[in-house]
Design a protein around this ligand. Structure first.
Ligand code: AMP
Length: 381
């Protein structure tokens, strides 16, 4: 009889986050983060994972425990190759490495984390869970960009989408909140964290999402611009003399809320707006305007919307963002109850007004639990 515990690893370029989940009841037995990899005592990912193993051992939860059923690794980009949770083999590692050009900032660290974990426990099933997988059902008409097909195919250019484990978890949890099966519910999920993305989920199946080839497209984010005219890039190169790397950094790291007003934290923006700060107000208004455009677009994509769900740091905590985003949408059957919206909480809850045709909900996301659930389902088959 195999154990019921899954170690979830999220290996980033300079940090490794971990959670040990017991799938018997979904409880967290341990969690932590090893940061500043490459600086000081934690020389590399190998040292970081050994530190994770030591931290677990010191709590009597060592990697050698027979209770451990699997390791679930978050992998950012699965390309078109990986659309399901995948048991990791040498061949799978090679295939994930081949996808590095599509996610140069993320996949290398994911691969390193996988390799080191496999060295530590070669006998243990290790499962890759891809951020793009939930979006693999998006039809071609929504996934393709309107550019020359041969060029798009040659370079793998299409909409892949990200935050997939969150969109999957939250859309299922929203159906549960409504007392329905996911197959009966059409949902617009608004994942609003430092990174942000929207998705349209029809009967549990994703049919469109706002992030594209990379996480840059779509909503205004903490530091990313989201949608813009692609000619802005040529203009910056030709007239501004900027290199592709300069523009990449500008649009990914120095744009969005940060670029607009100097702050990327919605709490700080709210505080500044309270003091009458005009740059913070404009940044907020631009953020909300983009969000509302996607709600309108995905209403048209789905035809019938049953629920709109807010999740992640901003979506779960900012009543001001939810209120502004949902204002004057009664023509679409969307009405929020101001008092319910203002209540702070840490569990899934409805904030729509009685009689609102569309349910509006706040659902805390849990990407680690989703990764553990998917990994466990694969190994306990
Ligand atoms: P995430 O990426 O999901 O961890 O979300 C992080 C972001 O959530 C932060 O950058 C903040 O902008 C936002 N956030 C966290 N707590 C609050 C809060 N109480 N009110 C408004 N925004 C918040």
């Amino acid at each position: 009889m195999r154990g019921t515990r899954v170690l979830v690893l999220n290996s980033g370029s300079s940090s490794v986050k971990y959670q040990l989940v017991d799938m018997a009841d979904g409880s967290r037995l341990a969690s932590g983060i090893v940061e500043r990899i490459g600086e000081g005592p934690v020389a590399d990912h190998s040292a970081a994972l050994k530190q994770v193993a030591d931290e677990l051992s010191s709590q009597g939860l060592g990697l050698d425990s027979p209770e451990l059923a699997a390791v679930g690794h978050r992998v950012v980009h699965g390309g078109t190759r990986f659309t399901e949770p995948t048991l990791i083999t040498d061949e799978v590692v090679e295939e994930i490495e081949k996808l590095i050009p599509l996610a140069p900032l993320h996949n290398p660290a994911n691969v390193t984390g996988i390799k080191v974990a496999r060295e530590l426990r070669p006998d243990l099933p290790q499962v890759a869970i891809f951020d793009t997988a939930f979006h693999s059902t998006i039809p071609e008409r929504a996934a393709r960009y309107a550019i020359d097909t041969a060029t798009a195919d040659a370079y793998g250019i299409r909409r892949y989408g990200f935050h997939g484990t969150s969109h999957a978890y939250v859309s299922r949890a929203a159906a549960k909140l409504l007392g329905k099966d996911p197959s009966e519910v059409n949902t617009i999920v608004l994942h609003l964290g430092n990174g942000a993305s929207a998705s349209a989920v029809e009967g549990g199946v994703c049919v469109d999402t706002s992030m594209g080839l990379t996480p840059l497209e779509g909503l205004v984010m903490g530091t990313r611009s989201g949608d813009l005219d692609p000619a802005v890039i040529f203009h910056l190169a030709r007239v501004g003399g900027m290199s592709p790397d300069d523009i990449d950094t500008l649009l990914n790291k120095r744009s969005g809320l940060l670029g607009l007003c100097g702050d990327n934290d919605m709490r700080e923006i709210g505080r500044r707006m309270g003091e009458g700060d005009r740059a913070a107000r404009l940044a907020f208004d631009i953020y909300i305007h983009r969000l509302r455009k996607y709600v309108g677009a995905y209403t048209a994509v789905l035809g019938r919307v049953d629920a709109i769900v807010f999740t992640a740091g901003v979506g779960e905590n900012s009543a001001a963002v939810r209120e502004a985003a949902m204002q004057r949408l009664d023509a679409l059957g969307i009405e929020v109850d101001a008092a319910l919206n203002a209540v702070r909480g840490s569990s899934a809850r409805l904030i729509s007004a009685e009689g609102s045709r569309v349910a509006v909900a706040v659902v805390p996301t849990d990407e680690e639990l989703e990764i553990a659930t998917q990994a466990y389902a694969l190994v306990s088959d």
